[in-house]
Write a protein that binds this ligand. Structure first.
Ligand SMILES: *Cc1c(COP(=O)(O)O)cnc(C)c1O
Length: 366
């Protein structure tokens, strides 16, 4: 049996319905900012519990444009974590601002106790990453943002539908950025992103920034970007949004089963699962003793486990100009040596799930 990490080949059994949506776009020639974009934005804002949502070209653009809309740029500092996908930091650097890292906690999330120590007079924003489908301790981050008058932009690219108490990831800050990359929980047939916000001024600015700064056809208010969500992708996204509760529930169910199966293996460490958080399991990440051995064993058994990620961002060649070194963020560095992501997605069969569990158990009994 081969257990794949990705579900892309099994997805879209209901492809006909999506094709119909796309056919409708094509028959109207409505490719650019068409009616499906507006419809998806309205439905997504409602889902997130925010006043507005703006479709853009990718999650990376969602982050970049959110910061641009808030006026973040050269000379500013933005606080984030070194344990994230490259795009979080890439988007900060693209604005001209300087990323400042804080270490993570035992949930692999921004350690809120370490933020205050790195706030300077240049700090403009805190950018927490809602990693793996989980959600940070937003109350503490919000309190710090208020105390120091900082913006807060959430990287919710991996956590669509995650909750802290009853509040959605992406709805806490000035803006929340989501990705609809094919491998994200809410995904389209290519690239796509969306920004959630409660601020009307931020919303209006984002409408300008994503579409050349145009007000109407012939007036350019400010020179800007082309980062529109394609109408064709919005048609796919409308379908994906309808399907999202299935995706989320299935992922949570498998994660509970994995947790229950692994909790008695002393060589594996399951992170805390606080009761006030709804973790939507974009990734299922454990800390494993002899991680490299386990990874090799799983791959040898045709189970496509992965490492997200072996090298924290402060130790990447691209970060050299920031001046961090080995030892700068010990928790993140130590986790990078033992994290492992097991296959978890909504299309895994019961047999595949049990095969993963059995194969992991066998490794530690060897
Ligand atoms: C996927 C991802 C992004 C970037 O999203 P794209 O749509 O691929 O541009 C940003 N941050 C995190 C944490 C992500 O996982």
């Amino acid at each position: 049996m081969k257990v794949e990490f990705s579900y892309l080949k099994r997805q879209f059994g209901e492809v006909d319905e999506i094709i119909q949506g796309i056919r409708s776009v094509v028959s109207r020639g409505d490719y650019t900012l068409g009616k499906e974009v507006k419809e998806f934005e309205e439905k997504f804002a409602k889902f997130c519990g925010t006043l507005y949502a703006i479709g853009v070209n990718s999650g990376t653009d969602a982050l970049f444009l959110s910061m641009k809309a808030l006026g973040i740029g050269l000379g500013d500092e933005v606080i984030t974590v070194p344990y994230t996908f490259f795009a979080t930091v890439g988007a900060i650097v693209a604005t001209g601002a300087r990323p400042v890292f804080v270490d993570v906690n035992n949930e692999y999330l921004m350690d809120t106790n370490k933020i205050e120590a790195v706030i300077t007079e240049r700090t403009k924003a805190i950018l927490p990453v809602q990693w793996a489908g989980n959600i940070c301790d937003m109350d503490k981050i919000m309190a710090l943002a208020a105390k120091y008058s900082l913006f807060m932009v959430e990287d919710a690219c991996q956590s669509v539908g995650a909750l802290l108490n009853d509040k959605m990831a992406g709805s806490f800050g000035n803006a929340g950025a989501f990705s609809m990359h094919p491998l994200k929980n809410l995904n389209v047939w290519g690239d796509g992103g969306i920004i959630a916000t409660n601020s009307q001024s931020c919303y209006k600015k984002l409408l300008l920034l994503r579409n050349h700064g145009l007000i109407g056809r012939n007036i350019c208010q400010e020179f800007a970007y082309n980062s529109r969500l394609h109408t064709v992708q919005a048609a796919v996204a409308l379908h994906a949004l309808k399907n999202l509760s299935f995706v989320t529930n299935k992922r949570m169910e498998i994660a509970r089963y994995y947790d229950g199966s692994f909790k008695n293996i002393p060589q594996l460490k399951i992170p805390p699962r606080p009761a006030n958080k709804k973790h939507v399991f974009h990734l299922y990440i454990l800390l494993a003793e002899n991680r490299n051995g386990l990874l090799r064993w799983l791959l040898d058994n045709d189970i496509d486990a992965k490492i997200h990620y072996p090298t924290p961002l402060h130790l990447q060649p691209a970060s050299a100009f920031l001046g961090y070194k080995e030892g700068s963020f010990p928790v993140c560095e130590s986790q990078a040596k033992s994290i492992i992501s097991l296959p978890l997605h909504q299309h895994l069969t019961d047999e595949e799930i049990d095969f993963v569990v059995d194969t992991v158990q066998k490794f530690y009994k060897k």
